[in-house]
Ligand binder design. Structure first.
Ligand code: FMN
Length: 182
């Protein structure tokens, strides 16, 4: 039984909508328990609880929001070195394409790596010329099917990796569909 935390910050609701879709993707994999938490409500206990985490932020000046950074900064003193080995990934909504959403995802992955999380990107193409190598990265709210599918795919892959590496079930990943739209 995998435990997944979808943790997000969102000032105007776009990243929150992504978070809901990521959670939907998690639920495509059997036996997953998912918690969705805004960074305002999340507690250290939520991070301790999970095996896998998807962290989402609005792109702010090309990186993660200050609230999301503060959440992790506040964990350092008590929890750094005690929450490593979990599986992590990122998602971000920016104002515009090429506005830094992939860099924002990388900034989240960087924070997670600092805590010892095992981070990943997704090689799948969810539509023609549309992928999520550094996490799900979109402009504005997830409206188009490919944008929604990128979020769902991230959640699904996170759940699958938890099944593989935490539950020891490598057969969960047989055909990823990575090359479907190439
Ligand atoms: C302080 C601040 C900085 C921002 N910086 C960027 C940026 O660097 N690049 C960009 O494309 N959009 C930027 N935006 C726009 C947001 O990333 C965008 O509106 C996003 O969809 C908001 O997500 P949310 O609805 O989850 O808050 C910025 C917005 C704010 C408030």
């Amino acid at each position: 039984m995998g435990r997944i935390l979808v943790l997000y910050d969102s000032a105007t609701g776009n990243t929150e909508k992504m978070a809901m879709l990521v959670a939907e993707g998690v639920e495509h994999v059997e036996g997953m328990e998912v918690r969705i938490r805004s960074v305002v409500d999340a507690r250290a206990e939520d991070v301790l609880w999970c095996n896998g985490i998807a962290v989402g932020t609005p792109t702010n000046c090309g990186i993660l929001s200050w609230k999301m950074k503060k959440f992790w900064d506040d964990l350092v003193e008590e929890y750094w070195g005690r929450i490593d080995g979990k599986i992590g990934c990122a998602f971000s909504s920016s104002g515009g394409w090429a506005g830094g959403n992939e860099v924002a995802c990388l900034s989240i992955l960087s924070v997670l790596m600092n805590f010892g999380f095992l981070v990943f990107g997704v090689t799948d193409y969810v539509a023609d010329k549309f992928t999520l190598h550094y996490g799900a990265a979109i402009a504005g709210e997830p409206r188009a099917e490919r944008e929604q599918e990128a979020c769902r795919r991230l959640g699904r892959r996170l759940a699958q990796w938890v099944r593989v590496y935490v539950d020891g079930e490598p057969d969960v990943i047989q055909d990823t569909g990575a090359r479907e739209h190439m």
